[in-house]
Design a protein around this ligand. Sequence first.
Ligand SMILES: [Zn+2]
Length: 413
Amino acid sequence: MAYPGSTLITRIGELVTNDGDPPGPAGRPGGAGGPGRGAPGPGAFAAIADAALVISDGMVAWTGPAARAPAADAAVDAAGRAVLPGFVDSHAHLVFAGERSAEFAARMAGRPYRAGGILVTVEATRAAPDAALRANLRRLAAEMRSQGTTTFECKSGYGLTVRDEARGLALAAEVTPEVTYLGAHVVPPEFAGDPAGYLDLVCGPMLAACAPRARWIDVFCERGAFGAQEAAAVLAAGRAAGLGARVHANQLGPGPGVRVAAEAGAASADHCTYLTGADVDTLASAPMTATLLPGAEFATRHPYPDARRLLDAGATVALATDCNPGSSFTSSMPFCIALAVREMRMTTQEAVWAATAGGALALRRTDVGHLGVGARADLVLLDAPSHAYLAYRPGVPLVAAVWQQGRLVAGTP
Ligand SMILES: [Zn+2]
Protein backbone atom coordinates (compact mmCIF):
# COMPACT_ATOMS: atom_id res chain seq x y z
CA MET A 1 0.00 0.00 0.00
CA ALA A 2 1.37 3.44 -0.90
CA TYR A 3 0.28 6.80 0.48
CA PRO A 4 -0.10 9.54 -2.15
CA GLY A 5 2.25 12.51 -1.71
CA SER A 6 3.90 10.71 1.16
CA THR A 7 7.36 10.81 2.71
CA LEU A 8 8.97 7.77 4.30
CA ILE A 9 11.56 8.34 7.01
CA THR A 10 13.38 5.06 7.33
CA ARG A 11 16.29 3.45 9.20
CA ILE A 12 15.30 5.35 12.38
CA GLY A 13 17.50 4.06 15.22
CA GLU A 14 14.90 4.98 17.85
CA LEU A 15 11.43 6.32 17.06
CA VAL A 16 9.82 7.85 20.16
CA THR A 17 6.06 7.63 19.63
CA ASN A 18 4.57 8.31 23.10
CA ASP A 19 1.66 6.08 22.21
CA GLY A 20 2.29 3.39 24.81
CA ASP A 21 -0.25 1.80 27.09
CA PRO A 22 -0.60 3.24 30.58
CA PRO A 23 1.25 1.27 33.28
CA GLY A 24 -1.82 0.01 35.13
CA PRO A 25 -5.39 -0.96 34.21
CA ALA A 26 -6.64 2.37 35.58
CA GLY A 27 -3.85 4.39 34.04
CA ARG A 28 -4.42 8.10 34.25
CA PRO A 29 -2.76 10.81 32.19
CA GLY A 30 0.18 10.96 34.52
CA GLY A 31 3.92 11.44 34.40
CA ALA A 32 4.25 7.68 34.17
CA GLY A 33 2.10 7.60 31.09
CA GLY A 34 -0.91 8.99 29.34
CA PRO A 35 -4.40 7.86 28.51
CA GLY A 36 -2.96 4.97 26.51
CA ARG A 37 -3.73 3.44 23.15
CA GLY A 38 -7.23 3.94 21.87
CA ALA A 39 -7.74 7.26 23.64
CA PRO A 40 -7.05 10.37 21.55
CA GLY A 41 -3.78 12.14 22.29
CA PRO A 42 -0.51 10.97 23.77
CA GLY A 43 -0.08 7.75 25.72
CA ALA A 44 2.85 6.60 27.84
CA PHE A 45 6.44 6.93 26.69
CA ALA A 46 7.06 4.34 23.98
CA ALA A 47 9.74 3.87 21.36
CA ILE A 48 10.38 1.56 18.39
CA ALA A 49 13.92 0.46 17.44
CA ASP A 50 14.95 0.12 13.76
CA ALA A 51 11.80 1.96 12.80
CA ALA A 52 10.21 3.86 9.95
CA LEU A 53 7.48 6.48 9.78
CA VAL A 54 5.31 7.64 6.89
CA ILE A 55 4.06 11.22 6.62
CA SER A 56 1.01 11.87 4.46
CA ASP A 57 -1.17 14.99 4.31
CA GLY A 58 0.75 16.53 7.21
CA MET A 59 -0.09 13.62 9.49
CA VAL A 60 1.58 10.46 10.70
CA ALA A 61 0.14 7.78 8.41
CA TRP A 62 2.17 4.76 9.50
CA THR A 63 4.82 3.75 12.05
CA GLY A 64 6.53 0.41 12.59
CA PRO A 65 9.64 -1.66 11.93
CA ALA A 66 11.68 -0.34 8.97
CA ALA A 67 11.67 -3.80 7.41
CA ARG A 68 7.89 -3.64 7.04
CA ALA A 69 7.60 -0.03 5.84
CA PRO A 70 5.21 0.66 2.96
CA ALA A 71 6.26 2.43 -0.24
CA ALA A 72 6.19 6.22 -0.37
CA ASP A 73 6.78 8.97 -2.93
CA ALA A 74 9.89 10.32 -1.20
CA ALA A 75 12.30 8.84 1.31
CA VAL A 76 14.60 10.19 4.00
CA ASP A 77 17.37 7.98 5.37
CA ALA A 78 17.72 8.56 9.11
CA ALA A 79 20.85 6.36 9.13
CA GLY A 80 20.30 5.07 12.65
CA ARG A 81 19.47 8.43 14.20
CA ALA A 82 16.57 9.06 16.60
CA VAL A 83 13.22 10.67 15.71
CA LEU A 84 11.06 12.26 18.42
CA PRO A 85 7.77 14.15 18.50
CA GLY A 86 8.42 17.88 18.13
CA PHE A 87 8.77 19.60 21.50
CA VAL A 88 5.69 21.33 22.93
CA ASP A 89 6.73 24.42 24.87
CA SER A 90 3.60 25.28 26.82
CA HIS A 91 4.92 28.37 28.63
CA ALA A 92 6.71 31.31 26.98
CA HIS A 93 6.68 35.10 27.09
CA LEU A 94 7.93 36.17 23.68
CA VAL A 95 6.27 39.55 23.11
CA PHE A 96 8.68 42.03 24.64
CA ALA A 97 11.37 44.58 23.91
CA GLY A 98 14.73 45.09 25.57
CA GLU A 99 16.89 42.71 27.53
CA ARG A 100 18.04 42.31 31.13
CA SER A 101 21.50 40.81 31.00
CA ALA A 102 22.84 43.32 33.52
CA GLU A 103 20.14 42.26 36.00
CA PHE A 104 21.10 38.62 35.42
CA ALA A 105 24.77 39.36 35.96
CA ALA A 106 23.99 41.28 39.15
CA ARG A 107 21.81 38.42 40.39
CA MET A 108 24.61 35.94 39.76
CA ALA A 109 26.73 38.27 41.89
CA GLY A 110 24.27 37.86 44.77
CA ARG A 111 21.24 40.14 44.33
CA PRO A 112 17.86 38.31 44.67
CA TYR A 113 15.17 38.11 41.95
CA ARG A 114 11.87 39.88 42.65
CA ALA A 115 8.64 39.95 40.65
CA GLY A 116 9.06 43.74 40.17
CA GLY A 117 11.83 43.24 37.58
CA ILE A 118 9.01 42.64 35.09
CA LEU A 119 8.36 46.40 35.06
CA VAL A 120 11.69 47.06 33.36
CA THR A 121 10.47 45.02 30.39
CA VAL A 122 7.01 46.61 30.53
CA GLU A 123 8.54 50.05 30.04
CA ALA A 124 10.63 48.93 27.06
CA THR A 125 7.73 47.00 25.50
CA ARG A 126 5.26 49.90 25.71
CA ALA A 127 7.80 52.16 23.99
CA ALA A 128 8.55 49.72 21.16
CA PRO A 129 6.88 49.98 17.75
CA ASP A 130 4.97 46.97 16.42
CA ALA A 131 7.71 46.20 13.93
CA ALA A 132 10.34 45.86 16.66
CA LEU A 133 8.16 43.57 18.77
CA ARG A 134 7.29 41.48 15.72
CA ALA A 135 10.93 41.12 14.68
CA ASN A 136 11.97 39.99 18.17
CA LEU A 137 9.04 37.57 18.38
CA ARG A 138 9.82 36.03 15.00
CA ARG A 139 13.50 35.70 15.83
CA LEU A 140 12.64 33.81 19.04
CA ALA A 141 10.06 31.64 17.26
CA ALA A 142 12.67 30.68 14.66
CA GLU A 143 15.17 29.99 17.44
CA MET A 144 12.66 27.63 19.07
CA ARG A 145 11.90 25.86 15.79
CA SER A 146 15.58 25.26 15.03
CA GLN A 147 15.87 23.56 18.44
CA GLY A 148 12.96 21.21 17.76
CA THR A 149 9.96 23.06 19.18
CA THR A 150 6.96 22.63 16.88
CA THR A 151 4.18 23.93 19.18
CA PHE A 152 4.55 26.78 21.63
CA GLU A 153 2.39 28.95 23.81
CA CYS A 154 2.94 32.72 23.94
CA LYS A 155 1.71 35.13 26.60
CA SER A 156 1.11 38.85 26.70
CA GLY A 157 1.89 40.54 30.01
CA TYR A 158 4.47 43.22 29.22
CA GLY A 159 1.94 45.78 27.99
CA LEU A 160 -0.45 46.10 30.96
CA THR A 161 -2.64 48.67 29.20
CA VAL A 162 -5.71 47.79 27.13
CA ARG A 163 -3.94 48.86 23.96
CA ASP A 164 -0.61 47.21 24.70
CA GLU A 165 -2.04 43.89 25.90
CA ALA A 166 -4.34 43.64 22.86
CA ARG A 167 -1.39 44.52 20.61
CA GLY A 168 0.79 41.84 22.23
CA LEU A 169 -1.87 39.18 21.70
CA ALA A 170 -2.40 40.17 18.07
CA LEU A 171 1.34 39.78 17.47
CA ALA A 172 1.45 36.45 19.32
CA ALA A 173 -1.43 35.16 17.21
CA GLU A 174 0.71 35.71 14.11
CA VAL A 175 3.07 32.93 15.25
CA THR A 176 0.96 30.49 17.32
CA PRO A 177 -2.66 29.53 18.04
CA GLU A 178 -1.74 29.04 21.73
CA VAL A 179 -2.14 32.65 22.82
CA THR A 180 -2.50 33.58 26.49
CA TYR A 181 -3.77 36.82 27.99
CA LEU A 182 -1.59 37.72 30.99
CA GLY A 183 -2.79 41.19 31.92
CA ALA A 184 -2.48 39.98 35.53
CA HIS A 185 1.30 39.66 35.32
CA VAL A 186 2.10 42.46 37.75
CA VAL A 187 0.40 45.72 38.81
CA PRO A 188 1.84 48.50 36.61
CA PRO A 189 3.33 51.61 38.25
CA GLU A 190 0.44 53.90 37.31
CA PHE A 191 -1.82 51.67 39.49
CA ALA A 192 0.69 51.28 42.35
CA GLY A 193 -1.69 53.03 44.75
CA ASP A 194 -4.80 51.32 43.37
CA PRO A 195 -4.28 47.59 42.75
CA ALA A 196 -8.06 47.02 42.96
CA GLY A 197 -8.51 49.52 40.14
CA TYR A 198 -6.02 47.60 38.02
CA LEU A 199 -7.83 44.33 38.74
CA ASP A 200 -11.07 45.94 37.52
CA LEU A 201 -9.30 46.93 34.32
CA VAL A 202 -7.84 43.42 33.82
CA CYS A 203 -11.23 41.76 34.36
CA GLY A 204 -13.20 44.46 32.50
CA PRO A 205 -12.17 46.53 29.46
CA MET A 206 -8.77 44.83 29.04
CA LEU A 207 -10.33 41.36 29.05
CA ALA A 208 -13.01 42.52 26.60
CA ALA A 209 -10.30 43.72 24.20
CA CYS A 210 -8.10 40.65 24.68
CA ALA A 211 -10.48 37.68 24.92
CA PRO A 212 -11.25 37.56 21.15
CA ARG A 213 -7.51 37.25 20.44
CA ALA A 214 -6.64 34.61 23.07
CA ARG A 215 -7.30 30.98 23.94
CA TRP A 216 -6.08 31.15 27.54
CA ILE A 217 -5.95 33.46 30.55
CA ASP A 218 -3.08 33.36 33.06
CA VAL A 219 -2.32 35.09 36.36
CA PHE A 220 0.92 35.49 38.33
CA CYS A 221 -0.32 34.30 41.74
CA GLU A 222 2.61 35.25 43.95
CA ARG A 223 3.61 37.55 46.79
CA GLY A 224 4.39 40.87 45.08
CA ALA A 225 1.98 40.09 42.22
CA PHE A 226 -1.62 38.81 42.77
CA GLY A 227 -3.12 37.03 45.81
CA ALA A 228 -5.53 34.09 45.93
CA GLN A 229 -8.77 36.07 45.76
CA GLU A 230 -7.50 38.35 43.01
CA ALA A 231 -6.20 35.41 40.98
CA ALA A 232 -9.50 33.55 41.35
CA ALA A 233 -11.38 36.65 40.18
CA VAL A 234 -9.16 36.99 37.10
CA LEU A 235 -9.60 33.32 36.17
CA ALA A 236 -13.38 33.46 36.71
CA ALA A 237 -13.68 36.54 34.48
CA GLY A 238 -11.56 34.83 31.82
CA ARG A 239 -13.67 31.71 31.95
CA ALA A 240 -16.85 33.79 31.54
CA ALA A 241 -15.21 35.28 28.43
CA GLY A 242 -14.51 31.79 27.05
CA LEU A 243 -10.83 31.47 27.98
CA GLY A 244 -9.16 28.41 29.52
CA ALA A 245 -7.20 28.93 32.74
CA ARG A 246 -3.50 28.54 33.54
CA VAL A 247 -1.64 29.90 36.57
CA HIS A 248 1.88 31.00 37.49
CA ALA A 249 1.89 29.19 40.83
CA ASN A 250 4.29 28.72 43.73
CA GLN A 251 7.39 30.02 41.96
CA LEU A 252 9.11 32.24 44.49
CA GLY A 253 7.71 30.77 47.70
CA PRO A 254 4.86 28.67 49.12
CA GLY A 255 1.45 30.12 48.33
CA PRO A 256 -2.10 29.51 47.16
CA GLY A 257 -1.37 29.25 43.40
CA VAL A 258 -1.78 25.50 42.96
CA ARG A 259 -5.02 25.46 44.97
CA VAL A 260 -6.41 28.44 43.03
CA ALA A 261 -5.50 26.73 39.73
CA ALA A 262 -7.26 23.50 40.72
CA GLU A 263 -10.36 25.33 41.91
CA ALA A 264 -10.52 27.23 38.62
CA GLY A 265 -10.25 24.03 36.58
CA ALA A 266 -6.96 25.22 35.08
CA ALA A 267 -5.21 23.13 32.44
CA SER A 268 -1.89 23.70 34.17
CA ALA A 269 -0.21 25.10 37.27
CA ASP A 270 3.18 26.39 36.16
CA HIS A 271 6.46 26.61 38.12
CA CYS A 272 5.41 24.51 41.18
CA THR A 273 8.78 25.18 42.80
CA TYR A 274 7.64 25.52 46.43
CA LEU A 275 4.97 22.90 47.17
CA THR A 276 3.38 21.65 50.37
CA GLY A 277 2.20 18.05 50.72
CA ALA A 278 -1.35 19.31 50.11
CA ASP A 279 -0.21 20.97 46.86
CA VAL A 280 1.35 17.72 45.68
CA ASP A 281 -1.88 15.84 46.51
CA THR A 282 -3.86 18.47 44.58
CA LEU A 283 -1.61 18.18 41.53
CA ALA A 284 -1.80 14.38 41.66
CA SER A 285 -5.59 14.26 41.85
CA ALA A 286 -6.79 17.24 39.77
CA PRO A 287 -7.09 16.88 35.97
CA MET A 288 -4.28 19.41 35.67
CA THR A 289 -0.66 19.38 34.55
CA ALA A 290 2.24 20.50 36.74
CA THR A 291 4.43 22.43 34.31
CA LEU A 292 7.99 22.74 35.56
CA LEU A 293 10.21 25.52 34.23
CA PRO A 294 13.79 24.72 35.25
CA GLY A 295 15.21 27.54 33.14
CA ALA A 296 13.74 29.92 35.75
CA GLU A 297 15.46 28.19 38.65
CA PHE A 298 18.69 28.09 36.65
CA ALA A 299 18.56 31.83 36.02
CA THR A 300 17.36 32.87 39.49
CA ARG A 301 19.41 30.36 41.53
CA HIS A 302 16.30 29.08 43.25
CA PRO A 303 16.15 25.37 44.11
CA TYR A 304 14.72 23.25 41.29
CA PRO A 305 11.16 21.92 41.63
CA ASP A 306 10.91 18.41 43.07
CA ALA A 307 9.86 16.59 39.92
CA ARG A 308 10.54 13.19 41.49
CA ARG A 309 8.04 13.83 44.29
CA LEU A 310 5.37 14.91 41.78
CA LEU A 311 5.96 11.94 39.48
CA ASP A 312 5.98 9.46 42.35
CA ALA A 313 2.68 10.94 43.58
CA GLY A 314 1.17 10.38 40.11
CA ALA A 315 1.02 13.98 38.87
CA THR A 316 1.19 14.77 35.15
CA VAL A 317 4.43 16.69 34.61
CA ALA A 318 5.31 18.95 31.67
CA LEU A 319 8.54 20.80 30.97
CA ALA A 320 8.62 24.22 29.31
CA THR A 321 11.13 27.03 28.88
CA ASP A 322 9.34 30.06 30.41
CA CYS A 323 11.34 31.96 27.79
CA ASN A 324 11.38 35.62 28.89
CA PRO A 325 14.05 38.30 29.16
CA GLY A 326 14.06 38.47 32.97
CA SER A 327 13.98 35.13 34.71
CA SER A 328 14.61 32.51 31.99
CA PHE A 329 16.03 33.69 28.71
CA THR A 330 16.33 30.29 27.06
CA SER A 331 14.23 29.02 24.17
CA SER A 332 15.81 25.57 24.35
CA MET A 333 13.70 22.56 25.28
CA PRO A 334 16.82 20.31 25.06
CA PHE A 335 18.44 22.50 27.74
CA CYS A 336 15.35 22.10 29.96
CA ILE A 337 15.41 18.32 29.42
CA ALA A 338 19.06 18.18 30.45
CA LEU A 339 18.35 20.23 33.60
CA ALA A 340 15.34 18.05 34.47
CA VAL A 341 17.37 14.86 34.19
CA ARG A 342 20.48 16.09 35.99
CA GLU A 343 18.96 18.40 38.61
CA MET A 344 15.37 17.18 39.09
CA ARG A 345 15.90 13.42 39.08
CA MET A 346 13.68 12.77 36.08
CA THR A 347 14.65 9.81 33.91
CA THR A 348 15.55 10.60 30.30
CA GLN A 349 12.26 9.01 29.22
CA GLU A 350 10.23 11.05 31.73
CA ALA A 351 11.91 14.29 30.70
CA VAL A 352 11.39 13.73 26.97
CA TRP A 353 7.78 12.68 27.62
CA ALA A 354 7.23 15.83 29.72
CA ALA A 355 8.71 18.05 26.97
CA THR A 356 6.44 16.55 24.31
CA ALA A 357 3.33 14.74 25.55
CA GLY A 358 3.32 16.63 28.85
CA GLY A 359 3.33 19.97 27.05
CA ALA A 360 0.49 18.79 24.82
CA LEU A 361 -1.62 17.85 27.86
CA ALA A 362 -0.80 21.21 29.49
CA LEU A 363 -2.34 22.82 26.40
CA ARG A 364 -5.13 20.23 26.24
CA ARG A 365 -4.01 19.21 22.76
CA THR A 366 -4.43 15.66 21.46
CA ASP A 367 -2.91 16.18 17.99
CA VAL A 368 0.68 16.90 19.10
CA GLY A 369 3.21 15.52 21.60
CA HIS A 370 3.08 12.02 20.16
CA LEU A 371 3.65 10.23 16.86
CA GLY A 372 0.77 7.79 16.83
CA VAL A 373 -1.03 7.28 13.53
CA GLY A 374 -3.28 10.32 13.00
CA ALA A 375 -1.09 12.68 15.01
CA ARG A 376 0.26 15.82 13.40
CA ALA A 377 3.55 15.08 11.64
CA ASP A 378 5.55 17.38 13.92
CA LEU A 379 8.86 15.66 14.43
CA VAL A 380 12.51 16.09 15.23
CA LEU A 381 15.44 14.16 13.79
CA LEU A 382 18.32 14.11 16.26
CA ASP A 383 21.94 13.86 15.26
CA ALA A 384 22.16 11.05 17.83
CA PRO A 385 20.97 7.45 18.13
CA SER A 386 18.63 7.92 21.12
CA HIS A 387 16.55 10.45 23.05
CA ALA A 388 18.93 10.07 26.02
CA TYR A 389 21.56 12.10 24.19
CA LEU A 390 19.51 15.25 24.88
CA ALA A 391 20.69 15.01 28.50
CA TYR A 392 23.84 12.95 27.89
CA ARG A 393 25.26 15.65 25.59
CA PRO A 394 23.95 18.88 27.16
CA GLY A 395 24.50 22.13 25.31
CA VAL A 396 25.29 20.38 22.03
CA PRO A 397 23.07 21.27 19.04
CA LEU A 398 21.69 17.79 18.35
CA VAL A 399 18.59 18.75 16.36
CA ALA A 400 19.39 17.86 12.73
CA ALA A 401 16.00 18.53 11.14
CA VAL A 402 12.47 19.57 12.13
CA TRP A 403 9.17 18.86 10.37
CA GLN A 404 5.98 20.74 11.14
CA GLN A 405 2.77 19.23 9.79
CA GLY A 406 4.91 17.12 7.50
CA ARG A 407 6.86 20.05 6.10
CA LEU A 408 10.61 20.41 6.67
CA VAL A 409 10.95 23.74 8.54
CA ALA A 410 14.50 23.62 9.93
CA GLY A 411 17.76 21.78 9.34
CA THR A 412 18.78 19.22 6.73
CA PRO A 413 17.87 15.56 7.09
ZN1 LIG B 1 6.12 32.68 33.03
